[in-house]
Design a protein around this ligand. Sequence first.
Ligand code: GRF
Length: 198
Amino acid sequence: MLNIVVCVSGGGTNLQAIIDNIENKNIRNTQIRGVICNNAGAYALKRAENAGIPAFCISPKVYGSREEFNQAFLQKLQELAPDLIVLAGFLVILPEQMTKLYENRIINIHPSLIPSFCGKGYYGLKVHEAALARGVKITGATVHFVDEGTDTGRIILQKAVEVLEDDTPESLQRRVMEQAEWVILPQAISQLASGGDL
Ligand code: GRF
């Protein structure tokens, strides 16, 4: 059994894709041990509740210092003891020691074809604004291992999505989520759960 913890900050549609794919057995031999969220108002928490998954809101805002947040976050992870940590729209800088503690056991979904439009400052809609500004005809999403850098870990899966003439950042984000993110994130977890090489 692959025990996973999913870290979220927003709407949780990637979390929902994982939940649904476990439900329909596209992802086997996997259970979500818990959801960690840094934003008390995130709809992702509702999705976890609806699915009966323990959810923990750990926000840097409620701790006196970043160090205290880091300790609380690492403590919760230790309690949940995941085999794999999935960052699904998690907008928090990870504690430095985390990538060492969980080396090759943290994956992230990024809404572009890395190495394009990634790194510091490229998240959410900003990624799609940059892709449209550059005039690329193809964009997509990437699942990669998380290392000490930003979006620099080994690439696991990618999926391309066409950019349409009349795309706005919002319409492009939606299509990249629907056609790429919600497909390759569950696929990567399924491959890891079946011991597949990535
Ligand atoms: C998505 O755009 C994803 O690409 C990025 O953050 C957003 C998360 O969306 N990592 P959701 O919370 O999974 O709906």
